[in-house]
Structure formats: structure tokens, C-alpha cells
Design a protein. Structure first.
Ligand SMILES: N[C@@H](CCC(=O)N[C@@H](CS)C(=O)NCC(=O)O)C(=O)O
Length: 248
């Protein structure tokens, strides 16, 4: 049904990759139901609802993993694909082909960055607890702090500056869903690696300006101050383990 409320399927209790979708929905002013949380609030087994969607063979293709957006009869998975669709439908992406492709490419680079941030605490595998892979995590996080994060952040700073020395957006034409995602990644990195973040961002003032502009947007600020918004914690992608943030 085209006028049904959008539904987001994602794990409860953590911002996770679902947060990229929530931020875009909030900024676009689109109401949505966080299905798992809503069912739990009603005393039902919310996670079962998500697992049921993952098992559906009538969806083509069946989603492999959340987040999953159910909107206007479509079932869409993968953050970058959901945002490409939402961006086109709700004015959060450039309308021309080159601009839309640029936004999609930048979002996929963020996908890679997020996966590497996750792997700092789970380099040995997502099926193992952090405590079972702390030695590898120390090695991986050192490489992330010293090489990978500065490389990704330097890249995004360069992309912003290409729009003008004082620019604070990633794609031509101004604000887009990619800015929302980058602001969230910066927020997550500041939570997980506060010490390293302070060093990295000395080189990336335009990214800080972008983050501050995004979080000051009226609907984004209202969402982030609401009960819908779940704070970072040690269950998600961005986890704060002081030992992974380097020596003081
Ligand atoms: N490329 C996917 C990754 C999705 C993903 O890794 N989802 C996680 C939660 S954030 C999950 O539940 N994965 C289950 C699995 O990989 O088996 C995206 O960007 O949405």
C-alpha cells in the first residue's frame, strides 16, 4: 500500500547501521515505525519479527541482514541502497544522474569505513566476543588509528574542500543523505576513539563544520534529543574500549 507508514527492521538496543536510516527519515520528516522496538514495547517478541523477514522466501531477493526498510511495497536492504532510494524520494540526494552516482559512491566508501571501524574490536570474527580477540583488536586498532582512519577522513575532507574552501557538504548542490551519514560516523568515532579523534580532526576542520551543521538541523536535532535515539554503547559498531584508543 503506498500510503502505509514506513517500517524499519533493525536490532534493538543499539544505534548500529539502523541509525543511518533513522537520521535520513528524521531529516526528511518521514514518520516511521521501528518494528522490533515497537513490538517489544507492546510486550511482543520484536526480534522474532525481524528474523521472520530474514526467512521470507517470497521476497526477491530475501534480505541477508538488517537494516531493512519496508516502504511503498518495497523491501530494501543495505544502508547505501536504502539511502539511495530515500534520497531520491525525499529530496536528500542530487536529482541528476552524476550527482546521484557521486552520493552513492561516497556512501559506499562510508560503508567500507564503518566495516573497518567495526573490525577494530572484532578482527577475529563477529561470532566471537570482544574478550576472545583482544590481542588481535589491539593490533587492528593501532593500524586503524595510525593509517586507515586518517586516510578515510583525509579523503572526505578533500571531497568537501573540492566544493570550496569553506564548504561543509559532500555532494554538489549542498546537503544530502551522505552528509547525515558522515556526521554519524564522526560522532561514532569520537565516542569510540576520543583521544585519536582529537588528533585526526586537527587535519579535518571542514568535516567538523559539516558535522556541526548537520546536527544543528532542526529535525535532526529533535530526533537526537528524543527517546527514539539510542546512545552509543558496547553492543554496536562504535564501541569505546579505552585500550583500543592508544596510549595517553
Ligand atoms: N552491507 C550491509 C551490512 C549489514 C550488516 O552487516 N548488518 C548487521 C547488523 S549492523 C547484521 O545483522 N549482520 C548479520 C550478518 O552479517 O550475518 C549494510 O550496509 O546494510
Amino acid at each position: 500500500m503506498s500510503d502505509e507508514r514506513y517500517e524499519l527492521y533493525y536490532w534493538p538496543g543499539l544505534p548500529g547501521r539502523g541509525e543511518f536510516i533513522r537520521l535520513a527519515l528524521a531529516d526528511a520528516g518521514v514518520p516511521w515505525t521501528d518494528v522490533v522496538r515497537a513490538r517489544q514495547a507492546a510486550g511482543e517478541d520484536g526480534v522474532a519479527a525481524l528474523l521472520e523477514v530474514l526467512q521470507r522466501d517470497d521476497l526477491s531477493p530475501p534480505p541477508f541482514a538488517p537494516p531493512i526498510l519496508h516502504a511503498r511495497g518495497l523491501w530494501i536492504s543495505h544502508v547505501a541502497v536504502i539511502l539511495d532510494w530515500l534520497g531520491g524520494e525525499h529530496g536528500l540526494a542530487p536529482s541528476d544522474e552524476a550527482g546521484r552516482l557521486a552520493a552513492h559512491q561516497l556512501q559506499l566508501t562510508l560503508t567500507d569505513f564503518v566495516a573497518e571501524a567495526h573490525d577494530t574490536h572484532h578482527p577475529g570474527g563477529s561470532n566471537l566476543a570482544y574478550e576472545e580477540q583482544t590481542e588481535e583488536a589491539l593490533v587492528r586498532s593501532k593500524s586503524f588509528r595510525e593509517a586507515r582512519a586518517p586516510k578515510f577522513l583525509g579523503y572526505f575532507e578533500r571531497v568537501v574542500r573540492a566544493h570550496g574552501e569553506d564548504a561543509d557538504h559532500l555532494v554538489a548542490g549542498g546537503h544530502s543523505y551522505v552528509d547525515l551519514s558522515l556526521a554519524h560516523v564522526l560522532d561514532g568515532l569520537a565516542y569510540a576513539f576520543p583521544r585519536a579523534f582529537a588528533q585526526w580532526t586537527k587535519q579535518t576542520p571542514r568535516l567538523i563544520a559539516l558535522r556541526d551543521r548537520v546536527f544543528a538541523r532542526e529535525r535532526v536535532a529533535a530526533y537526537r534529543a528524543s527517546d527514539e535515539h539510542v546512545a552509543f554503547n558496547e553492543h554496536g559498531i562504535f564501541r569505546h574500549y579505552p585500550e583500543l584508543d592508544g596510549d595517553a
